[in-house]
Design a protein around this ligand. Structure first.
Ligand SMILES: [Zn+2]
Length: 376
């Protein structure tokens, strides 16, 4: 396959230029300007399109039919140009085998799971998965990770008051111990946590992740005066990764603007796409990326935060998140649509923008996937 005439943006190799991309079965084999189609080669016309390494969304929920958050990955992720997603804790030790067999193994979207430290995972809208302390089970988590070593790349723990009840410290400690024993990062969902953010951050190792980093609820990265806390700065300097995880209630333009103005950037941009935000305000990863362009990040920064940075975190550095020859043949095409657009955060604030990124098809392991027909 030859993807022809587009503007390749691949920050990992310092590339932002017109290039053609050649794939052989499921690998990238050549980048060049003015490559000539070979007999029998499929040609994708990418003129007026951005051609990116296949996008990686570090935070979504795709355990359809079992988790109340779950969306179907192929129409909503791959169909909107995201070739790889991290499912952030939809399944726990007691539900993971079904997630693997009935969703991960049969989806065209590449799904990299983080295991919930709560053994049920995110099944019920009525009961938080960590409210019952007997479900916070280190041994069960470690058995599941060992049985699915080829897939599981991290551990998830959600520490909001309504999900964890009185068990925040034991949940965090158990997740941390399981992460250390398994050699995997942990991802902490923060926002309205019953314990101070500074305490949570002090427990994290380099490579661990704070998701919902720009949430507008209690226990955020800003102090009462709107200044980024020393605890957040120290954690970032130590290698703790701050992930956006937009979500339904976890992204505030005001917090993001203040943090960015103080030079506190996200390590990764993710959507937290699920049932409750699919029809807005999140829609897809491209829309979340567009919001960060609007907030002042450059296109190269936004692409790096949705390709190379998440690839490194999930241990697929060099294979995913890059268009270097030899890498997996995952490619995302986006159009830049100029014109008035309204961006909304999770707090109801609306901003008037002037351009947005629109999914325009993808290649997943060498196979062309047309964009989902979505107008909004
Ligand atoms: Zn989530």
């Amino acid at each position: 396959m030859l993807i022809r005439g587009g503007t390749v943006v691949d920050p990992g190799q310092g590339l932002h230029a017109r290039r053609d991309v050649r794939l052989d079965v499921d690998r990238i084999i050549e980048l060049g300007d003015g490559l000539t189609p070979r007999p029998g080669e499929a040609v994708v016309d990418a003129r007026d399109r951005l051609v990116l390494p296949g996008l990686i969304d570090l935070h979504v929920h795709v355990f359809w039919g079992a988790s109340h958050y779950g969306i179907e990955p192929d129409p909503h992720c791959l169909g909107t140009g995201t070739t790889t997603v991290v499912d952030a804790g939809s399944a726990g030790a007691h539900t993971f085998a079904a997630f693997r067999r009935y969703v991960i193994d049969v989806s065209a979207t590449r799904i990299v799971p983080f295991l919930n430290i709560g053994a049920t995972g995110m099944v019920s809208p009525a009961v938080g998965e960590l409210e019952e302390v007997r479900h916070i089970d280190r041994a069960a988590a470690l058995r599941t990770i060992e049985a699915h070593r080829d897939l599981i790349r991290g551990i998830k723990v959600r520490l909001s008051r309504d999900l964890v009840g009185a068990n925040a410290r034991v949940a965090l400690k158990t997740a941390r111990e399981a992460g250390e024993a398994a050699g995997l990062p942990i991802m902490i969902h923060v926002g309205d946590t019953p314990i101070p953010l500074a305490e949570i951050l002090s427990e994290l190792r380099p490579g661990d992740v704070i998701t919902h980093c720009y949430h507008g609820r209690k226990e955020g990265i800003l102090d009462d005066r709107g200044t980024v806390t020393q605890a957040a700065r120290r954690a970032a300097a130590r290698g703790v990764l701050f992930d956006v995880g937009h979500g339904k209630g976890s992204f505030s333009f005001q917090v993001a603007r203040r943090a960015l103005a103080q030079g506190f950037r996200p390590g990764t941009i993710s959507s937290d796409l699920h049932v409750y935000n699919l029809d807005g305000p999140v829609f897809d990863l491209a829309t979340t990326m567009s919001k960060f362009l609007h907030l002042g990040l450059s296109l190269d920064e936004v692409v790096a935060m949705t390709t190379g940075a998440p690839a490194q975190l999930i241990g697929h550095d060099g294979a995913l998140g890059t268009l270097r020859p030899g890498a997996v043949g995952d490619v995302t095409l986006l159009a830049v649509q100029e014109g008035p657009v309204t961006f909304e955060d999770a707090m109801g604030e609306r901003l008037a923008g002037t351009r947005r990124l629109v999914p325009s098809g993808a290649v997943r392991a060498g196979r062309w996937v047309p964009p989902k027909a979505a107008e909004r």
